[in-house]
Design a protein around this ligand. Structure first.
Ligand SMILES: [Zn+2]
Length: 235
């Protein structure tokens, strides 16, 4: 793992990104909001996106730094796993568990298991294993054991059934600016069914769709696999 932005430190929230722009697209509004509220927030890319049709790993690394500045991240790291081959392997799980022990997130954002991209599904499976390993006191992983208090799955390129919505209207401009920082990926070229000239408009439409269910203009949608414990005053 290499640090690409900021300093490794105990984080309130960490977002795992299979490829360099996934965190911004799926959870960027919530990450920006947490950072704006003064919480230390980080992103860990699992791969350098070297199999992507557009851009190069070097260009994408620079774009990640710019997006990190825009989001107000405290830390950003790169795990350097093979793009196109992300999944639950012992080596990858140990490497990710070591990062979890290093930056000790209370809240972890993970790609949703329902996705058309095998790397996103593989990242979910890898995260499950790494979370377990990081919490096991006797696991042969550097650092002391750590268990994230909450895990939220963020939407990729498939429908999900969310049970957590976050109003991101105040951070919508930051969300879009952070995505556009990945300029090589959003050049206006049609690359696939999901990356088309209107890709950001489609994503914004999705935020509006989820907002419908909370009476808000723009919401990011997440799934928690365990029940949420809410304080009575927040009901
Ligand atoms: Zn991706």
């Amino acid at each position: 793992m290499i640090t690409t932005f900021g300093t490794p430190q105990p984080l309130h929230a960490l977002c795992l990104a299979p490829h360099p722009d996934d965190a911004e697209i799926g959870a960027g509004g919530t990450l920006a909001q947490l950072a704006r509220l003064g919480r230390p927030v980080g992103i860990l890319e699992l791969s350098r996106g070297e199999q992507g049709t557009l851009g190069t790993p070097e260009i994408r690394a620079l774009e990640c730094v710019r997006a990190g500045e825009i989001l107000g991240l405290s830390w950003r790291g790169q795990l350097g796993l093979p793009d196109g081959d992300l999944g639950d392997t012992p080596e990858a799980a140990h490497a990710l568990a070591a990062v979890l022990r290093l930056v000790r997130p209370q809240l972890l954002f993970v790609p949703h298991y329902a996705d058309r991209h095998p790397d996103h599904v593989g990242s979910y499976q890898l995260a499950k294993r790494a979370l377990h390993l990081a919490a096991l006191a006797k696991a042969e992983v550097p650092g002391s054991s750590h268990r994230a208090a909450r895990v939220l799955l963020y939407q990729g390129n498939a429908p999900i059934q969310p049970n957590v919505l976050v109003d991101i209207e105040q951070d919508l401009i930051t969300w879009e600016a952070a995505i556009r920082a990945h300029a090589s990926q959003f050049s206006g070229r049609a690359v696939s069914e999901t990356v088309t000239p209107e890709v950001i408009e489609r994503r914004k439409a999705r935020l509006m769709y989820w907002g419908t269910f909370a009476g808000r203009r723009f919401c990011e949608a997440f799934e928690s696999e365990s029940p949420l414990l809410l304080a009575p005053q927040s009901l």
